[in-house]
Design a protein around this ligand. Structure first.
Ligand code: PNS
Length: 159
């Protein structure tokens, strides 16, 4: 059985993330979405909120689970016998950060491969940071986040 981990902050999950989730879930047997518990990073949305939004969006996807993690990603992957880490790639600007992470993870465990999925064109510009900025300033985040969680994001961020 091919199990893959899709780790990230998902602060909050965007349409770009959802696109990667849908596409990755079609090429593996099981996809574990893993929001990070990162004590060094200040997230806008709590871990519970980030997990809940992901669960709402993936409730109908039979081979997708949401499991938060802390610590090293490769240790978490090993716990589930996952040999694949999924990451979405937008533009060249993502590349250096993603390449460094992929090589670090490979150094830590050379049996785990990072698989990059290129973003779909409509989401090339999109990031969680952009969603938060637009929502905080009262802009329209339709098309940026899934409809099912849009109001939660607005309620949290609109001043
Ligand atoms: O969505 P993000 O914030 O870009 O995701 C980053 C994430 C969670 C994938 C990365 O920070 C991570 O894997 N952290 C776990 C700690 C770890 O394993 N570090 C060593 C390899 S980078």
């Amino acid at each position: 059985m091919k199990t893959a981990i899709y780790p990230g902050s998902f602060d909050p999950v965007t349409n770009g993330h959802l696109d990667i989730i849908l596409r990755a879930s079609k090429i593996v047997d099981k996809l574990i979405i893993a929001p990070l518990i990162n004590f060094n990073k200040v997230h806008t949305f709590t871990l519970d909120e980030r997990c809940r939004y992901l669960q709402i969006l993936t409730a109908e996807m039979k081979n997708v689970e949401v499991k938060p993690f802390k610590g090293l990603l490769v240790n978490f992957a090993r716990m589930y016998n996952a040999k694949i880490i999924i990451r979405g790639l937008r533009a060249v600007t993502d590349f250096e950060y993603e390449f460094q992470m992929a090589l670090s993870n490979r150094k830590l465990d050379n049996e785990i491969e990072t698989l990059f999925i290129s973003t779909s064109l409509p989401y090339l510009y999109l990031s969680s940071g952009m969603v938060k900025e637009v929502a905080r300033l009262g802009g329209n985040i339709t098309d940026m986040v899934p409809e099912k969680i849009k109001q939660f994001v607005i309620d949290k961020l609109e001043g």
